[in-house]
Design a binder for this molecule. Sequence first.
Ligand SMILES: [Zn+2]
Length: 151
Amino acid sequence: MDLVTISTALSSLKSAYDLSKVISESADSLEQAEIKLKLAELMGALADTKSQISDIKLELITKNEKIQELENQIRIQNQVKFEQPYYWKITNDNRDGPYCQKCYDDIKKLIRLQDEKHGSWRCLVCSSYFRDKNYKEESFDDSDSPYNSYV
Ligand SMILES: [Zn+2]
C-alpha cells in the first residue's frame, strides 16, 4: 500500500459523494434516464472505493503482521547471547539453550541443539555440529566427523 492507493480511494469516494449530491439536488429536473445513468455512475464509484479500501485493509493486516514479527525478533535479539560456539537465551537470570549459531545467524530462528554428550552438540535443522569447552579430543575417535566448530 502506498499513498497513491489511499489517494485513489479518496478520489473515488469524492466522485461518489459528488454524484449523489447532483442526484439529490437536481432530482426534480433530471429525466428518469439521466437519474438512472447517474445512479449507475454512483454505484460504480462506490464499488471502486470498496475495492480500494479492501486492498488497503489487506495491506494494513500484512504490515501489522510484519511489525509483530519484527517486534518478536527484537525481543528475542535482546535475550540472545552468543557464547562460542553457540547461543543462549537469557531471561531474568534463566539460561535456556544452547541454540544453533548457524540457524540464528542465517534465518533468525532459535533452534535448540541436541546434546551429543562429551561437549558436542548437533542441530537437527541444519545438521551443524558444535564442540564446546567441555569437548575432549580423547572422548571418541572423530577423525572423519563433520564437526565444523571448535573451541
Ligand atoms: Zn542449525
